[in-house]
Design a protein. Structure first.
Length: 397
């Protein structure tokens, strides 16, 4: 009898593990598991809580029984979600007869060792400072392939506004996830600090701390419940942790702290990670521009809290530019272009626009920069273009 485990032999609790092998002795393969806090002689790997299912020799129902195919092969997929197992190293036995570890002498068997790890979640925000009207992404890794995904709480001043602002996000097969806080959402956020809690349901695949519509004395409110502690109503399972929306609700850091304390309850198997970002009024600040001369080539720079790759419209217009009659010649020189926000330093991003003043006329010029999608971000500045070329510095003798 042989047995192998697909993959790396190291798995997060919640993942599906495929065991396979051969059995040339019998038409049934009997599986049991040995490891931390399990019976010494083995436990039934087919039971959700193998700690209480000791494998007993010649008692078929105390092992996981798998049929052997006509070509002497067998396979079984072990879905580890909802299993009560500790992190650690385990050995799985595949036996030709219903025997436990103590009585293997009369049977053919094979073993494979695996490592079980507790799932975890990690996350980061695409930027630490977000301009109102810009989108922000919460990305991360949730190991263990949670079928319920992860639950994302964004908590700040007057936010969330409805129960629907508490979101769940699916997790990809590689454990990654990405959640977008949209432009329309951040447009309506107050300037200030916001806290994000990303919640992983762990091995029971259920969010034990969750938001629900209140009833009774909490009617009209949104409350946060711990479903592992008693029953609040016939429809909402759990004990109230705190009020999220409505009279007496917590906001910002108070709500975030109450939430993580609820998840930290020893009866709750969920885990979480937390992060924060700051929402600011959108802004662009153009750096001062010194006098230039016709023919100069120079760069106009600015700083902004708009996101990297946001579009910004730059216009450089002569002050002489004004509407004219069709019979008149209009004097105009200037330039314009849409540019991208680049990664900056010191917490602000950067803008730069190269200007060739070869075709400019001597005049005062107005520079404007404005976000294409985040139009509230704008700034302007003046500079002069003078006749002639720039003076040449005379070297000292």
């Amino acid at each position: 009898v042989t047995i192998v485990a697909a993959g790396s032999q190291s798995y997060y609790l919640g993942e599906e593990i495929k065991f396979s092998g051969t059995n040339t002795e019998t038409y049934k393969t009997y599986l049991f598991i040995v490891g931390p806090n399990l019976p010494d002689n083995g436990a039934n790997i087919g039971k959700d809580d193998p700690r209480h299912w000791e494998t007993v020799t010649n008692q078929v129902n105390t092992s996981k029984v798998v049929d052997v195919n006509g070509d002497n092969t067998w396979s079984w997929k072990w879905g580890t979600a909802n299993y009560a197992l500790d992190a650690g190293s385990y050995t799985i036995y595949a036996v030709s007869q219903p025997k436990n570890k103590e009585n293997l002498g009369a049977a053919a068997f094979g073993t494979v060792s695996i490592v079980i790890k507790k799932p975890f979640v990690s996350a980061t925000a695409s930027q630490s400072t977000v301009a109102q009207g810009d989108k922000v992404f919460i990305t991360g890794i949730a190991e263990g392939q949670p079928p319920a995904g992860v639950q994302i709480w964004v908590l700040g001043k007057n936010y969330p506004t409805t129960i629907n602002d508490v979101k769940t996000q699916s997790v990809n097969s590689d454990g990654s996830f990405s959640y977008e806080i949209t432009r329309s959402t951040t447009t309506n956020l107050y300037a200030g600090q916001y806290f994000v809690v990303v919640q992983h349901p762990m091995q029971n695949t259920v969010f034990d701390v969750y938001a629900a519509a209140g009833t009774g004395t909490d009617n009209g409110k949104t409350i946060v419940l711990n479903r592992q502690l008693g029953t609040n109503t016939a429809t909402n399972t759990g004990t109230k942790v705190f009020t999220l929306l409505g009279a007496g609700s917590l906001q910002g850091s108070d709500a975030a702290e109450a939430l993580v304390q609820g998840i930290n309850d020893p009866n709750v198997d969920d885990t979480y990670t937390k992060l924060q970002f700051i929402v600011e009024t959108p802004k662009i600040t153009i750096a001062p521009i010194s006098d230039k001369h016709v023919g100069d080539k120079f760069t106009i720079t600015a700083t902004t809290n708009l996101a990297v790759d946001d579009d910004v419209l730059v216009q450089v217009v002569s002050s002489s530019f004004k509407p004219t009659q069709k019979s008149q010649s209009g004097e105009f020189s200037g330039a314009g272009q849409t540019i991208k926000v680049k990664k900056g330093d010191s917490g602000l991003n950067a803008l730069s626009y190269d200007v060739d003043a070869s075709a400019f006329k001597p005049d005062e010029y107005l520079v404007t920069m404005q976000g294409v999608l985040v139009t509230a971000a704008s700034d302007s500045a003046l500079f002069n273009v003078l006749e002639g070329s720039a003076p040449t510095a005379v070297p000292c003798t």
